[in-house]
Write a protein that binds this ligand. Structure first.
Ligand code: TYM
Length: 331
């Protein structure tokens, strides 16, 4: 049995990228390993959410975790800020994280471009906080999408550096995990890149999305004028639509549109209509469960209290040991 840790930022709702890149694997791993799945509300502070939005975002992700099939008895489901030990480990690890390596991190460089008016210290040390989340429970496996791979590499760097500085074999090396060999990157609907909540509202399909909105978003997805020669390579935007189909449609449907593309007879309008209907069917059980859980405040509260208690018993042991290793002593 291995220890597994992963989290999702608390800003908003789960989209298909979160599901296929991360949460689907949480569900599969929860009965086989010692699992900790949390809601990263400290991390979401980098974008300065309003206090009421912060709270609502956390609650909503917890509801959606449960709607996806996460079992609070099997796994430890908790809120990051219920574990202040994480913040203490973050402080310790920050002392050994160097400016150069933090500035070179791809996600930091992207943030400099996307939010030039708010390049704060939390963004720079974002990977250190992630390392604290993972190392606090001594995790070895971290189910995440492709975009988190570099953060995992940095986590290994910070953990092994701590071991070297203090001449201990304390933190294990955690690796990004997916059941297939490759980490997943689910594309968005805007013709390039990945599905994400910061990439614009129309780019992502959420698990709790209203069917009519799914139809609208998918019909607006970027396409082109269609292939003119058989065997022509697929432009990125078109390949993205096929990749999304691979996630939600049947093999027959995919083969049908593949055949039409190759024969240059494809009508993208029809393909998108089909993709939207398949997304609606795929998300139906999540929508129903999310609605059901939304009104069950007592249950959500119980889950959150249980998670905090289980997570703290693991984290407080780590912090006690780390303090001793560093040299803090009682007087
Ligand atoms: P976040 O909230 O951006 O995304 C949560 C998880 O969803 C995955 N993901 C995707 N996977 C495939 N295709 C996509 N289009 C896609 N979009 C998102 C992400 O890879 C991630 O696994 N920093 C993290 C949260 C975090 C964390 C951690 C994760 C904080 N501490 C410790 C693991 C371990 C984040 O912002 O994820």
């Amino acid at each position: 049995m291995e220890t597994v840790v992963s989290g999702i930022r608390s800003t908003g709702r789960l989209h298909l990228g979160n599901y296929f890149g991360a949460v689907r694997n949480f569900v599969k791993m929860q009965h086989e390993h010692r699992c900790f799945f949390f809601i990263a509300d400290y991390h979401s502070l980098t974008t300065h959410p309003a206090p009421s939005d912060l709270h609502a975002g956390v609650r909503q992700i917890m509801i959606e975790y449960l709607a996806c099939g996460l079992d609070p008895e099997a796994a430890t489901l908790y809120i990051q800020s219920d574990l202040p030990e994480t913040a203490e480990l973050y402080l310790f690890l920050n002392m050994n994280a160097y400016m150069g390596e933090l500035e070179r991190c791809t996600s930091f460089k992207e943030k400099i471009r996307s939010q030039p008016d708010n390049i704060n210290g939390g963004l720079l040390t974002y990977p250190v906080l992630m390392a604290a989340d993972i190392l606090i429970h001594h995790a070895t496996k971290v189910p995440v999408g492709k975009d988190q791979e570099q953060h995992l590499e940095m986590t290994r760097t910070f953990g092994t550096r701590f071991n070297r500085i203090y001449k201990v074999q304390y933190f294990p090396e955690p690796y990004a995990f997916n059941f297939g060999t490759e980490l997943v990157k689910v594309p968005g609907l805007d013709g390039s890149g990945k599905m994400g909540k910061s990439e614009g509202e129309g780019n992502a399909i959420f698990l709790g999305e209203d069917p009519e909105l799914i139809r609208k978003k998918v019909m607006r997805a970027v396409t082109d004028s269609g292939p003119v020669q058989p065997g022509q390579p697929r432009p990125e935007a078109i390949q993205n639509l096929f990749s999304l189909m691979h996630l939600v449609s049947s093999p027959d449907t995919i083969a049908h549109f593949d055949g039409q593309y190759n024969a240059c007879t494809i009508k993208y309008g029809e393909m998108k209509k089909q993709l939207a209907e398949d997304m609606i069917s795929f998300t139906e059980p999540f929508r129903t469960k999310i609605k059901e859980l939304s009104s069950d405040g007592d249950y959500i509260r119980k889950v959150i209290l249980l998670g905090a208690e289980k997570a703290r018993s693991s984290a407080s042991k780590t912090i006690k040991e780390v303090r001793e290793i560093i040299g803090f002593r009682k007087f």
